[in-house]
Design a protein around this ligand. Structure first.
Ligand code: PGA
Length: 258
């Protein structure tokens, strides 16, 4: 089995202007060790993408967008196509973040189209899934995850599915300071991998990287990353300061991750 390369992603959401984004990336590239076993993904606001691309000089640093539209072009005021994001230098695009689903009403159908559009433009989609608190309390977490996966991945070929990144982000843990325990996260990740095996096959399930997101902080990163099915992290609040994100990318797992 090929080891899965760790991916540590910074989702800046609607924070940082162009100048602050550039200064941050320059500083992090100077301060963080050069990694061969992990990738560091920065997802700034759309406006900062080209400027960050210019200063992003390290092979282990990747650029991502936080959202996309599935059409190539057209009368869609305020939207950005995957072709445009690729043109701005993106390697990845976050798709179906819970804020997109819950604040902006994105449906599974829209999210499936975005996953396909990202692949079409040779970007890796980071597909976000996760249950809300009421669903967890009602014992429906697995059902929700299964539905979100099936809907978003319908019709995808195994060859593309292998390249996918999934982010498990329990909605009750995002921006709340309430992290899923390492055991809760591992249980969900193992379930997601099992479902990938059902939808596609074992090879796809073993290849897909599954990130955890939701109040990841310097003080919980090591315990989360020690879990066998956690292949990386999607970090919001704690990615906004270089010092805390630097600690997160430098997570330490006794005996090594792979
Ligand atoms: P948080 O956000 O780390 O601030 O909880 C995570 C996310 O929304 O991706």
């Amino acid at each position: 089995m090929k080891p899965r390369k760790t991916l540590i992603a910074a989702n800046w959401k609607m924070h940082k202007n162009v100048h602050d984004a550039v200064v941050y990336v320059e500083e992090l590239q100077k301060e963080a060790a050069s990694f061969v076993d992990r990738e560091i993904l920065i997802a700034p606001a759309f406006t900062a993408l080209p400027a960050v691309r210019i200063v992003m000089g390290r092979a282990d640093f990747k650029l991502g967008a936080q959202n996309c539209h599935w059409e190539e072009q057209g009368a869609y005021t305020g939207e950005i196509s995957c072709g445009m994001l690729k043109d701005a230098g993106c390697d990845y695009v976050i798709v179906g973040h819970s804020e997109r689903r819950h604040i902006f009403g994105e449906t599974d159908d829209m999210i499936r189209k975005k996953v396909n559009a990202a692949f079409k433009h040779r970007m890796t989609p980071v597909l976000c899934i996760g249950e809300v608190l009421e669903e967890r309390e009602a014992g429906k977490t697995f059902q929700v995850l299964q539905n979100q996966l099936k809907e978003a991945l319908a019709g995808l070929t195994p060859a593309l599915a292998e390249q996918l990144v999934i982010a498990y982000e329990p909605v009750w843990a995002i921006g709340t300071g309430k992290t899923a325990t390492p055991d809760q996260a591992q249980e969900a990740h193992a379930y997601i991998r099992e479902k990938l095996s059902d939808i596609f096959d074992k090879e796809v399930a073993n290849a897909v990287r599954i990130l955890y997101g939701g109040s990841v902080k310097p003080d919980n990163v090591d315990a989360l990353m020690a879990q066998p099915d956690i292949d990386g992290l999607l970090v919001g609040g704690a990615s906004l300061e270089v010092a805390s994100f630097k600690r997160i990318v430098h997570y330490q797992v006794p005996g090594g991750k792979n």
